[in-house]
Design a protein around this ligand. Structure first.
Ligand SMILES: *Cc1c(COP(=O)(O)O)cnc(C)c1O
Length: 348
């Protein structure tokens, strides 16, 4: 069994974290709160929130089938967890990370912010995972390998066995970003965190849960790593209304219907796109978007924008030449895209 603390920056192992007023409160029947210099005037927002998000973690643990001690919650979305990965494991100017390409842009931006070398390994031409090349790109200063599955923007999920092989062979942290996992028929890697203490799984409430505005992201890992994350994060990193709202959604919402509808619409949109002569390829998708290859992506992009529809132009990314990324919308929105693409075809 790997020792996850081996990869943590030495200054953090010894860190005594900031202790909030509410950390020092050990429970008891308190009715007068004069410990945190809060305003005494109750407007529903005058008290500091729980810095450890106990209740929220309890609900997330139940939802995901993990223990609360294995959860880190970010109040700035998954992006907060991504930044923490660098701050916890990588020494600026010394260490490096390896990532698949093309993939989510935040990994490289956060690397640059933290002055960490970012090594990209191109996916194979069918967008499958180049396991051996990823492992070969790592050296003794590689602290992290980034894997996004389902991958943004290529839309495909990787086989669990491939990811497990990397986690076994690599002497460092493997982060698996599962922002789109709810739309995939391949299973999550969440169930391996007990056996692989070097694996961190990222998930979010921004996509399938439809709560992007709340900015709530999660990292799941062994308890040792989750504890280090808790020491390094800003003390009150998840605000009170967000903690309440997410608990409310976990208790009262069922996302399965929306997820199946998105998957159904994904197939319908892919079929309609495949019938259009201007479409060169629709890539298979395990996510809530389609990567679509066109002959003239820029002019199609402009045409859609002129007509009030915005998609993501990914045509300048290596391996995504010619591609636009189209999020699955409601049926009327998807139909609008098809109508406009037909109009564009007839104009040509
Ligand atoms: C959308 C997305 C996220 C989610 O980010 P949040 O900050 O949680 O909204 C994470 N990773 C990838 C690859 C994404 O596409």
């Amino acid at each position: 069994m790997k020792n996850p603390l081996k990869y943590v920056r030495k200054n953090l192992l010894a860190l005594a974290p900031y202790s909030t007023a509410r950390d020092e409160f050990k429970g008891g029947d308190i009715s007068v709160w004069l410990d945190a210099n809060e305003s005494p005037y109750d407007n529903g927002l005058n008290r500091y929130p729980d810095p450890h998000q106990h209740q929220l973690k309890h609900h997330i643990a139940e939802l995901k089938g993990v223990r609360p001690e294995q959860i880190f919650i970010g109040g700035a979305g998954s992006d907060e967890a991504i930044d923490l990965v660098y701050r916890v494991f990588c020494r600026p100017g010394e260490d490096n990370v390896v990532a698949i390409a093309p993939s989510y842009g935040v990994y490289s931006v956060a690397a640059a912010i933290n002055d960490v070398e970012f090594r990209e390994v191109q996916l194979r031409s069918d967008f499958s995972l180049p396991v051996n090349r990823l492992l070969k790109a790592a050296d003794s200063r590689t602290k992290v390998i980034w894997i996004c599955s389902p991958n943004n923007p290529t839309a495909n999920a990787f086989p669990r066995a491939d990811i497990a092989r990397i986690a076994e062979a690599f002497e460092g942290i493997v982060v698996v970003d599962e922002a789109y996992i709810d739309f995939s028929d391949r299973g999550s890697m969440l169930d391996v965190i007990d056996n692989y203490p070097n694996v961190i799984v990222l998930q979010t409430f921004s996509k399938a849960w439809g709560l992007a505005s709340l900015r709530l992201g999660m990292a799941f890992a062994c308890e040792e790593i989750a504890q280090i994350f808790a020491k390094v994060k800003y003390p009150y990193n998840v605000n009170g209304p967000t903690q309440k709202a997410i608990i409310d959604h976990i208790i009262n919402s069922d996302i399965s219907e929306n997820v199946s509808e998105i998957k159904k619409q994904r197939e319908l949109l892919a079929n309609s796109l495949n019938e259009l002569p201007i479409v060169k390829k629709v890539f298979p998708s395990d996510a809530n978007f389609l990567l679509v290859k066109f002959d003239s992506p820029d002019s199609i992009y402009d045409y859609l924008v002129e007509n009030g529809v915005i998609v993501r132009n990914r045509s300048k990314l290596i391996s995504c030449e010619g591609c636009l990324r189209i999020t699955i919308g409601i049926p009327e929105e998807n139909a609008r895209v098809i109508t406009l693409l037909k109009e564009y075809t007839n104009k040509e």
